[in-house]
Design a protein around this ligand. Structure first.
Ligand code: NAD
Length: 368
């Protein structure tokens, strides 16, 4: 019997109830394949800020470094406290450079699109998110403008604010390689490189040229080159044509919300942040604090993040069983949370925990 050690971070807001539902479901899924988990439960978020003096205690980071694997509930970003976002800190401390967001329609989901089955692979550390910005009319902004203006014909207007977009060969290669590896490991046939390389030749253009080089090492995967604007239209018009999409940070951020919307919204969109030191699995949505403690919100996104974790640790059978159990419960439409019902005030909607029970019941019927 294999036992997997995983750091379990319940988070805050609705995080603890979503995490508890997910933990129970993951144990039932692992049991269908004769394996189990040893959870190292660790705190993070606003609830422990007062006692620990920080929303991300060192013990939590240490645990993720040790296990290399974490599943995490959402965490509120405290505003006006001087603390940086726990999510950003985790990404930075663990070098979580790849953000993976699969978006797939399951029968029974409330969505305008069917036949969507795409995976967004977003670079997480560079691009306009690198945080290199100069506020307009500051001495630093003026200094940068004075330095740049003589270098080109086209001048930057005075009183301009500036955000710098660095994209490196190193950062591009590791995310693109990750996308191709993911495609191969998950039986996918195509990787789309999505950029605006016709306009930003030295950043997006570099990303694309690295893509062309890396693609040569993956003869079994078809490389496609797409512009980001045309991709938005193409995804909506012909969702079935798209497969794995690899994108620089900003386009990845925007398109992962677009594709999440196409498959039914935040409640059902899972995610993973994968890096050189660890992999952290979490839903795309936030802590939805207004529903805290109400046993109401939909745990599908976090449960499907758990399914991604099972695939990551090569518990493929358990992951397949879990996906089947979730899709059956959603398709039946009986024991589902309010947001999966045709009307949000449907009195037959069940709570977070009862929805998890329905999935567990399916999994118990699959035990070998
Ligand atoms: P949110 O995702 O928490 O909630 C927005 C709305 O979406 C909710 O009010 C609810 O109507 C709906 N919703 C979200 N998750 C749902 C679910 N599982 N089931 C059903 N409905 C759901 O977004 P927000 O209000 O902008 O953010 C709240 C806090 O979460 C903020 O502090 C934000 O910084 C943080 N946040 C954390 C993460 C993370 O931990 N990874 C991600 C995004 C936002």
């Amino acid at each position: 019997m294999t036992t997997h050690e995983v750091t379990l971070i319940p988070g805050d807001g609705t995080g603890p109830e979503l995490t508890e539902a997910t933990r129970r479901v993951l144990e039932a899924a692992a049991a269908t394949n004769g394996s189990s988990f040893n959870w190292d439960r660790q705190d993070a978020g606003v609830d422990i800020m007062e006692t620990a003096g920080t929303p991300l205690p060192e013990a939590t980071l240490e645990s993720v470094r040790r296990t290399g694997l974490a599943i995490k509930g959402p965490i509120t970003t405290p505003i006006g406290t001087g603390f940086r976002s726990v999510n950003v800190a985790l990404r930075y401390e663990l070098d979580l450079y790849a953000c993976i967001r699969p978006c797939k329609t399951y029968a029974g989901m409330r969505t305008r699109f069917d036949k969507v089955d795409v995976v967004i692979v977003r670079e997480n550390t560079e691009d306009l998110y690198a945080g290199i910005e100069y506020e307009h009319d500051t001495p630093d902004a003026n200094k940068v403008i004075e330095f740049l203006n003589p270098l080109q014909d086209k001048k930057i207007r005075e009183h301009s604010g500036l955000s710098i977009k660095p994209i490196s060969e190193f950062g591009s290669e590791r995310i693109i390689r990750h996308a191709f590896d993911y495609a191969r490991a998950n039986g996918r046939t195509r990787v789309h490189c999505v950029t605006k390389s016709n306009i930003m030749k030295f950043t997006d253009g570099l990303f694309l040229s690295v893509f062309r080089e890396v693609a040569k090492d993956f003869a079994d995967i078809e490389p496609w080159e797409n512009l980001v604007d045309a991709t938005c239209m193409g995804l909506i018009q012909r969702p079935e044509e798209w497969d794995v999409l690899v994108l620089p940070n900003l386009y990845g951020d925007i398109l992962s919300d677009l594709t999440a919307g196409m498959v039914g919204g935040l409640g059902v969109a899972p995610g993973a942040n994968i890096g050189t030191k660890a992999a952290v699995f979490e839903a795309t949505h936030g802590s939805a604090p207004k529903y805290k403690g109400q046993n109401k919100v939909n745990p599908t996104a976090m449960i499907l993040s758990g399914m991604m974790m099972l695939r990551h640790i090569e518990e493929t059978q358990a992951a397949d069983n879990l996906e089947r159990a979730v899709s059956e419960v959603i398709e039946e439409g009986k024991s589902v949370t309010y947001d999966l019902k045709p009307h949000r005030d449907d009195p037959t909607a069940v709570g977070t925990s009862q929805y998890a029970d329905a999935i567990i019941e399916k999994l118990e019927g699959m035990k070998s």
